[in-house]
Design a protein around this ligand. Structure first.
Ligand code: NZQ
Ligand code: ZN
Length: 387
């Protein structure tokens, strides 16, 4: 196990009717806030009203910025920065999923910064601070509710990029699993794939003697594999929705990566696909992860065999661990397909004529990933496997 510091101060408020606590949590930071959300699902399904009731009870003034789209864009971030400056706003509450939360985090970075916020987001300039943010989560997937990451697309340059900083971890996150009953099947499934991908980015490692986090990773993945089909069949199944919602946070709050070298190459491939084709993040990973695994598994066959045996309960062929390893990858593909996700680029309508372009963009600042260092030709090879 490697040495590490683990510090995740996001307060998690989990369970039925927890949105009633939003007002009192926000009140600790500000009397006037930016309420940031997506394309309208929160209004359609009554979440907006329940959050507003709680804010009004605490007499909090609310300026709204709706319209965040999945794969959130820089234009919206700049709009939010302008509003916050003009209105003297000191706190941002995002209600939604990774897109609304990430957009809120990027606005939070941009308000105190004098220059172009994209310079921070692309890693060229240091932040000058950040407004505090909070989240009411409506889709378990990205883990943004307690991560130190924001992922924004520069829609003019077609670049989708993740930016890490402890300043942007939300102060609190409200997780009411009932809010996820209304998710379309595809979003539920894409969320499940993203959660599993967040675990795999940490699980597939060369770090030795990480028994505890191996087991934590495996149980998180098993929980999603067990409960995702339940909620796809029965969207209002509270116990299963609750398991998935907590798994989404644990998968990406940092704990599963403690003491381990993490990879993250596959996420970067997913971001390239989303930047060019606007594919849903989780779906991009259901395609990219199995392809990446097929390309890299020989670097640590025993770990891939362990994944097959412990996560999918497959028998281990001790005379042919490679066979077990490959069966594990096929089981993961089978799981993604069973919940209605594409596992091939062509199933998502993505052609094979821009692989080099994506690969060059991905490695523009050097090779990516640590379990397997991806150079441009590796990215092209993985995309070819994913065709
Ligand atoms: O926009 P609305 O109308 O709200 O609809 C949304 C959106 O269309 C809908 N939805 C959300 N909650 C719903 C609902 N529909 C019905 N009922 C509900 N309760 O779902 C759609 C997807 O929402 P979005 O926020 O885009 O989903 P997700 O949470 O998967 O976020 C994806 C974004 O997060 C980034 C991804 O790259 C992507 O841009 N990520 C952020 C990370 C982070 N900050 O730590 C890490 C991840 O790896 C990921 O990269
Ligand atoms: Zn992700």
């Amino acid at each position: 196990m490697k040495s590490f510091v683990f510090h995740n101060p996001t307060k998690i408020i989990f369970g039925k009717e927890t949105e009633k606590k939003v007002g009192s949590e926000v009140k600790k930071y500000a009397d006037k806030i930016l309420l940031h959300y997506g394309g309208g699902s929160i209004k359609k399904y009554g979440i907006y009203k329940r959050v507003m009731d709680s804010l009004h009870r605490e007499k909090i003034r609310v300026i709204e910025l709706p319209g965040v789209k999945p794969n959130p864009v820089l234009g919206m971030v700049n709009q939010g920065i302008d509003i916050c400056r003009k209105e003297g706003i000191k706190f941002i509450l995002s209600v939604g999923g990774g897109s609304a939360i990430d957009s809120g985090k990027a606005i939070a970075l941009g308000v105190p910064y004098k220059g172009d916020v994209w310079d921070i987001l692309r890693g060229e300039k240091k932040p000058a601070g950040a407004l505090p943010t909070g989240a009411v989560l409506t889709i378990p997937a990205a883990g943004s509710e307690s991560s130190d990451v924001t992922v924004i697309t520069n829609e003019k340059e077609l670049i989708k990029k993740g930016y890490h900083h402890s300043l942007i971890r939300p102060r609190f996150a409200v997780l009411n699993p009932e809010f996820t009953f209304t998710l379309p099947k595809f979003q539920t499934a894409a969320g499940a794939a993203d959660i599993i991908a967040h675990v795999l980015e940490r699980y597939i490692t060369h770090t030795k003697n990480v028994d505890l986090t191996d087991r934590l990773c495996e149980s998180t993945m098993k929980t999603v594999i067990k409960n995702a089909p339940v909620v796809i069949k029965d969207p209002g199944h509270y116990p299963a929705r609750a398991e998935i919602m907590w798994a989404s946070t644990l998968a990406h709050n940092g704990i599963l990566g403690t003491g381990r070298e993490e990879d993250w190459g596959t996420h970067k491939i997913g971001h390239e696909l989303s930047a060019l084709y606007d594919i849903t993040h989780g779906a991009s990973l259901a395609i990219a992860f199995p392809a990446w695994m097929k390309y890299v598994y020989r670097k640590n066959i025993p770990l891939f065999a362990q994944f097959a045996s412990r996560v999918f309960n497959l028998g281990t062929d001790y005379f042919n661990l490679e066979k077990t390893a490959l069966e594990g990858i096929e089981s993961l593909i089978g799981f993604f397909r069973s919940i209605g996700l594409p596992t091939r680029l062509k199933e998502a309508g993505i052609p094979d004529d821009r692989f080099e372009e994506m690969a060059d963009k991905l490695v523009a600042t050097g090779p990516k990933g640590s379990f397997y260092k991806l150079h441009a030709e590796d990215v092209v090879n993985i995309l070819k496997i994913a065709r």
